[in-house]
Structures are given as C-alpha cells and as structure tokens.
Design a protein around this ligand. Structure first.
Ligand SMILES: [Zn+2]
Length: 263
C-alpha cells in the first residue's frame, strides 16, 4: 500500500473515533520525512466561542491519539471566521514546558484549525458548511530523519527520539559576503574618517601629507588586513572579499600610502 493510502486509512481510524462528521481532503508524504493531512470536520454551531470550541476538538483528538498539543496562536482574518494553531508536545508527559517546546533536535508537529464563516449565505453557497463541516484542520508532522512509512502511525512525531545534533541550517557560503564587506568598509571609515579624501589628486596629496596622517593610514590598512586574516572563510571567499574591497575609498587609501612611501 502506498504511504499516503496507508496514512489516510489510519487517519480514518482516528477520526472515526471522534464523534464528529469528517471528510479527508488530502494526505501527503514528502521524502519520507514531511507529512501533511487536511480534513474537514465540525465544531458546534450553537456557540460563538470558537476559541473554546477549537480547544475542545483538539482535546478529543489528543485523547484518541495520545498526543499533547500546546496552544500557540489564535486569530481571525477577513476570509476565515477564526483560526487557532497548536504545537505537538514531544518531550513526554502531559504537562507542556514552554521553554522546551522549541527543541531544534526534535521532530515537530503543528495543527492548524480554521473555522469557516457559517451563515445562511455561506450555507447556501458551500455544501461543506451545509453538511455541518464548518472547520478545516491541517496537521503537519516534520521529521528530522527518514521514516519507515510502512509502519503504522509512522507520521506521529511524539514518540521520536531527539537527534544527537540539531540539523545544520543550509546557508549558501557567499550569502553574508556583501554584509561582511559593508561592515569592514564602514569600520574602516569610522576608524579614520580624516584619511578619506574625495579628491586624491597626486599634487594636492603631496602638499598635505604629514607624519600624523601617515601613521593613521598605516593603522587603517593594518586593521583591515588583520580583519581579512581573521575571517574564517575559505580561500575562494577570501579572494572575493579582497576583490570587493577594491572600492573607491580603499583605492584612495592605497594611492595615498604609495605616495607617502615615495616621499
Ligand atoms: Zn521523527
């Protein structure tokens, strides 16, 4: 049986144990790691306290599946009447400890309930609302490891062991480069604002050079070079930084320094 068919059948088992109408919209497994299910079900119509009604549905779902869900956010919007999101508690026990909720080494589960607008107009227009299916639930289980999807209820994350290390974020090596260069140039400018000369004409330069400025220029260049050495970057990135540092201000500095050396 395909993984999705299996999961759908298992969710049918789960949802049929909750005494509410339901209709599964979609079930998806991606790379044996990411699971998503969307289904319609119902909350009572005789109350406007959607917050409590959503919590009530999640409580029953918790009981049936032996999972614990932390309440995260609730909000409303122009298109939906009410929305509430929950996060699966994966550290064991029934008591959620907020400080442990975002453990990067653990697989993650989120549950999102949207309450649809239920009035005579939407009932006429939307057959699901007419049938009493007035909420849409989306559940995502994000595993940090490959899952054997042929195992029963393999989508759940609350029984997964934590990973030895949190997954490394995927960073493109050169992403921070423009920022690094900008920071270095700015530091250089701040360190010796007097040295920056908008008009590095050789003749003018020679007349204004004095010992103090010579010292400052040396210092400035040394600092920048030190910084280049310190950056833990690979050789290719290193070269790139140096190329990028051929900015007008730096060129002025170099010209100045050369002129001073000639003197
Ligand atoms: Zn897992």
């Amino acid at each position: 049986m395909a993984a999705e068919e299996r999961a759908k059948s298992e969710f049918n088992d789960i949802l049929s144990r909750i005494d509410r109408k339901y209709e599964i919209i979609d079930v998806k497994w991606t790379e044996d790691k990411l699971f998503e299910i969307k289904f319609r079900t119902q909350i009572q119509r005789n109350s406007e306290d959607f917050n409590a009604l959503c919590d009530e549905w999640v409580d029953v779902f918790s009981e049936v599946t032996n999972t614990v869900w932390a309440k995260k956010i609730s909000n409303t919007g122009p298109k939906i009447r009410f929305r509430k999101q929950y996060q699966c508690w994966t550290q064991g026990g029934k008591v959620v400890q907020k400080e442990l909720l975002f453990d990067a080494r653990r697989c993650k589960g989120t549950l999102d309930i949207k309450v649809l607008t239920d009035n005579p107009f939407t009932r006429r227009k939307n057959k699901h609302i007419r049938l009493g299916l007035n909420v849409v639930v989306k559940i995502n289980f994000v595993h940090l490891h490959q899952v054997d999807t042929s195992k029963r209820f393999s989508f759940f994350v609350h029984l997964c062991d934590p990973q030895p290390e949190p997954p490394k974020p995927v960073i493109q090596p050169n992403d921070r480069l423009p920022q690094l260069v900008a920071e270095m140039v700015q530091k250089g400018l701040n360190a010796s604002p007097k040295v920056v000369n908008p008009n590095p004409h050789p003749n003018e330069q020679q007349t204004h050079v004095n010992n103090e400025r010579k010292e400052q220029t040396h210092l400035f260049q040394t600092t920048l070079l030190d910084e280049l050495e310190e950056k833990p970057l690979q050789t290719t990135q290193h070269q790139l930084i140096q190329e990028n540092l051929q900015l007008p201000n730096m060129q002025q500095q170099t010209i100045q320094l050369r002129l001073m050396e000639v003197n």
